[in-house]
Design a protein around this ligand. Structure first.
Ligand SMILES: *Cc1c(COP(=O)(O)O)cnc(C)c1O
Length: 371
């Protein structure tokens, strides 16, 4: 009865919700610290919260399906036209549209060794083959070798990359794009671009708008603080956007989501404040990692990935932290003995440092007793 392509798909494992920790460990929800899904620890803009509260009656109306105002806001922000934009229920939905219009069972996708899990899940739904480069970093020469030998249909560049936090320079990104064949689509997933400070790593949609085969993806879920509203976007030349529109269901984001994203676009100060907090708190994580001699990947995002040696097991650490009310992301399913921690508020981070240092010291003490 079922589509045989689905056999091989492992269901996407989302960050554990606060409700689960409340239920299973009896911890009060206000005492649970969730640093697992790269959400904005400041919540969302106060203007957004007020707009949602005062527009509750919009729940009965379908949203403006042209999404005129939101596209207008994005046009202004990025210097592109409304026809070059498609809105999705999260950029995840734009990834789904892309997979629909490009992939079939003879297709191939190319990605780095460790990157966003949804690329594979969508590829597998269409029976497409998944090719990976050897490194988790996006190394142009590694991509070019695969492009030349296998001519993939979709090439994913996730910069900054999730779940590793590193970014790819503009120069390397363009090397990959220039090597891609004209009949493959290059997807540049920039979910964390708002956090990037150095010019050499910054990308904007306009960089690619004159390319026939590149699409830029962005989202309101991270720096804009709207993960729960599910709004993302793809920006590319009109031909690509027109193709994606063929598979878009009508009213694909809710009225309140649309309103929230429009309001959020008008409060860039909130994003600036969020990015500044992130920068300050990231320094404390680096100090922590150095103090406990934990290897980490320097991050250009709102999360940091800690890599453990054989003395520690990332899954055990994640479980034990959860029992103490701190949710982080175990990266064992990515083949790494590592955890990914979203940078929280000052007090959330202090709590994480407290429980993680206890956990690490506890392990050390067991270790020394058994020796
Ligand atoms: C969070 C994330 C997305 C999409 O998030 P949405 O909430 O669906 O917009 C896309 N790509 C990467 C790499 C992400 O980390």
């Amino acid at each position: 009865m079922y589509n045989s392509y689905l056999k091989d798909i492992k269901t996407y494992e989302a960050g554990k919700p606060i409700e689960l920790v409340v239920r299973e460990f009896g911890i009060e929800s206000q005492d649970v610290v969730k640093l697992a899904s790269n959400e904005n620890p400041l919540g969302c803009s106060e203007k957004v919260a007020q707009a949602i509260a005062s527009s509750a009656q919009k729940a009965s109306l379908y949203p403006d399906d042209s999404m005129y105002e939101l596209k207008e806001a994005l046009s202004l922000r990025f210097g592109v036209t409304a026809k070059e934009i498609i809105i999705g229920a999260g950029s995840d939905q734009v990834l789904e549209f892309i997979s629909h219009v490009v992939l079939n069972s003879a297709s191939k996708i190319l990605r780095s060794a460790v990157t966003f899990a949804m690329y594979d899940i969508y590829a597998k739904q269409f029976g497409a083959q998944i090719l990976t480069t050897p490194s988790y970093q996006h190394i142009a020469d590694e991509f070019i070798e695969k492009i030349e030998s296998a001519n993939p249909d979709i090439i994913y560049i996730c910069t900054p990359n999730n779940p590793t936090g590193d970014a790819t320079t503009r120069e390397e990104v363009f090397k990959i794009i220039n090597a891609a064949s004209k009949d493959s689509l290059v997807v540049v997933d920039c979910a964390y671009m708002e956090y990037v400070e150095e010019e050499e790593y910054k990308l904007v949609p306009k960089d690619f708008i004159n390319c026939d085969n590149v699409i830029y993806l962005g989202t309101f879920s991270k720096a804009f603080g709207l993960g729960g509203m599910r709004v993302g976007y793809g920006i590319a030349n009109e031909n690509i956007i027109n193709m994606l529109y063929k598979v878009r269901p009508p009213f694909n984001i809710s009225s309140l989501s649309l309103l929230a994203a429009i309001e959020a676009s008008h409060d860039i100060d909130f994003v600036t404040k969020s990015v500044a907090l992130n920068r300050e708190e990231m320094k404390r994580y680096i100090d922590f990692a150095k103090k406990y001699e934990i290897e980490y990947i320097p991050s250009k995002t709102n999360f940091i990935t800690l890599l453990f040696d054989e003395k520690h097991n990332s899954s055990e650490i994640a479980t034990n932290l959860m029992k103490k009310g701190v949710i982080i992301r175990d990266l064992a399913s990515y083949g790494l003995n590592a955890i990914r921690i979203t940078i929280g508020t000052k007090s959330q981070n202090s709590k994480l440092f407290e429980v993680l240092s206890q956990e690490l010291q506890y392990r050390e003490s067991i270790e020394s007793k058994t020796v």
